[in-house]
Design a protein around this ligand. Structure first.
Ligand code: CTP
Ligand code: MG
Length: 224
C-alpha cells in the first residue's frame, strides 16, 4: 500500500526570524524541509511526495522526486491547495499523510505506523501523532487568573504526521473555517469525524523559534 504525502512548507517563518522562508533555513547542511522529504522517501508506505512552497519560490525547492504546489495564505489554505493538486493528478488511493516541514526529525517508522494504523481501523477517519502532556496545564479566565487545572491524563499534545481518509478531509476543509483552523484534524473533528492518536517519540519537535533550530541540530548530531 502506498499513499501520497503532503509536506506543508509554504510558511514565511516569522517567529524564526531568519529573513526568509523557514523551510529553506539550513539545518545540518541541508534545507530544513529536506529532512522531512528524506524521512517520507524512506517510509515504506509513501508513494509520492507533494510539497507546498511559498508562491514564486518553487525553483528553490530542488530535492529530487517531489511535486511542488504553491501554498496559500494560511497553513490550512496550503493543505487545501495540496489536496487540489493531488485530485488533479488523479492520485488518491483514499488516504493521505499531512506533515509540517517544520518537524524535520519525523521518523519513517512513525509515518508507516500511522498509515498502517489508520488503514487497519475502519472506525477511524484520521490518525494523528501525539504525545502525553508532561507539563501541568491550567485554564485561564479573561483576567489571566486560573479557573482550573486540567486533568493531564485526558490531554495530549498533537503534532504531525496526521493521516486522513482523503474524502472526509476534503469534505471537512470544504465546510470548515480554514483561516481559523490550527490543524487539519480539528476540521475533521468539527465535521463529525473520529480522530485517533498514535504516540510519537519525544524527538519529533517543531522548529518555531531560533532555540528550536539549535535543539534540532543537537538531536540530529546525537542520532547520526
Ligand atoms: N505553512 C504553509 N503555508 C502557510 C503557513 C504555514 O505551508 N501559509 C506550513 C509551514 O511552512 C510549516 C507548517 O505549515 O511547515 C507549520 O507552520 P508554522 O510552524 O507556523 O510555520 P510558519 O508559518 O512558516 O512560521 P510563523 O508562523 O512563525 O511565520
Ligand atoms: Mg505559521
Amino acid at each position: 500500500m502506498g499513499v501520497p504525502a503532503l509536506i506543508v512548507a509554504a510558511g514565511s517563518g516569522q517567529r524564526l526570524g531568519a529573513g526568509g522562508p523557514k523551510a529553506l533555513v539550513e539545518l545540518g547542511g541541508r534545507p530544513l524541509y529536506a529532512w522531512s522529504v528524506d524521512a517520507f522517501r524512506r517510509a515504506d508506505h509513501i508513494d509520492r511526495i507533494y510539497v507546498t512552497v511559498p508562491p514564486g519560490l518553487a525553483d528553490r525547492f530542488t530535492e529530487a522526486g517531489i511535486v511542488t504546489v504553491d501554498g496559500g495564505e494560511t497553513r490550512s489554505h496550503s493543505v487545501a491547495n495540496g489536496l487540489a493538486a493531488i485530485a488533479d493528478a488523479d492520485d488518491d488511493p483514499g488516504m493521505i499523510v499531512v506533515h509540517d516541514a517544520a518537524r524535520p526529525l519525523v521518523s519513517p517508522a512513525l509515518i508507516d505506523a500511522a498509515v498502517i494504523g489508520l488503514d487497519s481501523d475502519p472506525e477511524l477517519h484520521a490518525l494523528i501523532a501525539g504525545s502525553p502532556m508532561t507539563d501541568t496545564v491550567k485554564r485561564l479566565g479573561g483576567d489571566g487568573v486560573v479557573i482550573e487545572t486540567l486533568d493531564r491524563s485526558e490531554l495530549v499534545s498533537v503534532q504531525t504526521p496526521q493521516v486522513f481518509r482523503t474524502e472526509i478531509l476534503r469534505r471537512a476543509m470544504d465546510a470548515g473555517d480554514l483561516a481559523a483552523a490550527t490543524d487539519d484534524a480539528s476540521l475533521v473533528e468539527l465535521a463529525g469525524g473520529s480522530v485517533g492518536v498514535i504516540e510519537s517519540p519525544s524527538g519529533n519537535i517543531k522548529v518555531t523559534v531560533p532555540g528550536d533550530l539549535d535543539l534540532a541540530a543537537l538531536l540530529l548530531e546525537r542520532d547520526r
